[in-house]
Design a protein around this ligand. Structure first.
Ligand SMILES: NC(=O)c1ccc[n+]([C@@H]2O[C@H](COP(=O)([O-])OP(=O)(O)OC[C@H]3O[C@@H](n4cnc5c(N)ncnc54)[C@H](OP(=O)(O)O)[C@@H]3O)[C@@H](O)[C@H]2O)c1
Length: 249
C-alpha cells in the first residue's frame, strides 16, 4: 500500500487518477486550492482519502504539506495542478503571464524540489508531472502555455537525471486532449470536436498503468503523438502559417 499525494486532485484528471488509487486501497491525499469541491464526490467518505488545502504557488503551504507527512513516507507524488490561458490570439496581461509562469513552472519546480528532499531522505519514491503534447512542437507563434509545458518536460528530465541513482523515479505525462470539465468549460461546454480527444477515465487508467510500469515518459494518444512528430518535421515558417489562430479563436 502506497502513500500518494495528488496535487491538483480536486477535479478533472487528478481526481480521476485519485479514484483509481483509492479503489486499489492506497492512502491518497488530494490537494488543491478549493477542497470543498470534494464535498459532492462519491469517494468523499472513503477511509483511505484525505485532503489538504493548498495553493501550489504558496511556499508556506507547500512546506506545511510536507510537515504533515513528516512521520510518513511519500511513495508517489503526482502534480496535475496546471492552468491554461490561450495567448495565441491575443497578448496576455501581465498578471496572466505571471500566473501561468508561476503555476506551471516555478511552483512545480518548488514542489519537485521539496518532494525530492523528502524522497532522498527515505531513499525511494516516484514523482509524476503533467505536461502536454503542446510541448512537443516549437515554432515562433507557439503559446506561453506550450512553452511552460516544455519546461515541465525539462524539469522532469533534470530531476530524473539527478535522482535516478538514489532510487527515485520521475515520469512526465504528455497528453493530447482529455475530455475534462475544464476542457469542456474552455470550449463552451462541448469539447467533443477536439482532435483525437480521449475520455478522462481512459486517460487516468493509462497513466496509472504506465506509472506502475515505471515509464519515464507517457505520451498519448498515439495518433496525436504521431501527428506531433510529423509537425516537428515542417519548417517553422510553414508551421506558423498553418497554425495561425483563426480570427474568432
Ligand atoms: N484536459 C486536457 O485536455 C489536458 C491536455 C493536456 C494536458 N493537460 C494538463 O493536465 C493537468 C490537469 O488537467 P485538467 O483538465 O484535469 O485540469 P483542471 O480540471 O483545471 O484541474 C486542475 C487541478 O489543479 C488544481 N489547481 C489549479 N491551480 C492550482 C494552484 N495554484 N494550486 C493548487 N492546485 C491548483 C485545481 O484545483 P483547485 O481549483 O481546487 O485549486 C484542479 O484540481 C493540467 O496540468 C493540464 O495542463 C490537460
Amino acid at each position: 500500500m502506497m502513500n500518494i499525494i495528488i496535487v491538483g486532485g480536486t477535479q478533472g484528471l487528478g481526481r480521476a487518477i485519485a479514484e483509481i488509487y483509492l479503489d486499489q486501497g492506497h492512502d491518497v491525499c488530494v490537494c488543491g486550492r478549493d477542497v470543498s469541491k470534494l464535498n459532492t464526490w462519491e469517494y468523499r467518505h472513503a477511509e483511505n482519502l484525505s485532503s489538504y488545502s493548498l495553493d501550489i504557488n504558496n511556499q508556506e503551504q507547500l512546506l506545511g504539506l510536507f510537515d504533515h507527512y513528516k512521520n510518513r513516507s511519500v511513495d508517489l507524488l503526482i502534480n496535475c495542478a496546471g492552468i491554461y490561458i490561450n495567448n495565441r490570439a491575443q497578448n496576455l496581461s501581465e498578471s496572466d503571464t505571471l500566473e501561468l509562469l508561476n503555476t506551471n513552472v516555478l511552483a512545480l519546480n518548488q514542489l519537485m524540489s521539496l518532494t525530492a528532499k523528502k524522497m532522498l531522505a527515505q531513499k525511494m519514491g516516484h514523482i509524476v508531472a503533467l505536461s502536454s503534447v503542446a510541448a512537443l512542437i516549437h515554432y515562433p507563434d507557439a503559446s506561453l502555455y506550450s512553452a511552460t509545458k516544455r519546461s515541465v518536460l525539462n524539469l522532469c528530465d533534470t530531476y530524473r537525471t539527478a535522482l535516478s541513482s538514489y532510487g527515485i523515479a520521475v515520469t512526465s505525462v504528455v497528453p493530447g486532449y482529455i475530455n475534462t470539465h475544464q476542457l469542456r468549460f474552455l470550449n463552451s461546454g462541448d469539447a467533443s470536436g477536439k482532435l483525437f480527444i480521449v475520455e478522462e477515465d481512459y486517460a487516468a487508467s493509462l497513466i496509472v498503468k504506465k506509472i506502475a510500469q515505471g515509464k519515464q515518459q507517457v505520451i498519448f494518444p498515439k495518433r496525436m503523438h504521431f501527428l506531433m512528430i510529423l509537425l516537428g518535421l515542417i519548417p517553422d515558417k510553414v508551421l506558423t502559417f498553418f497554425l495561425k489562430p483563426k480570427k474568432n479563436q
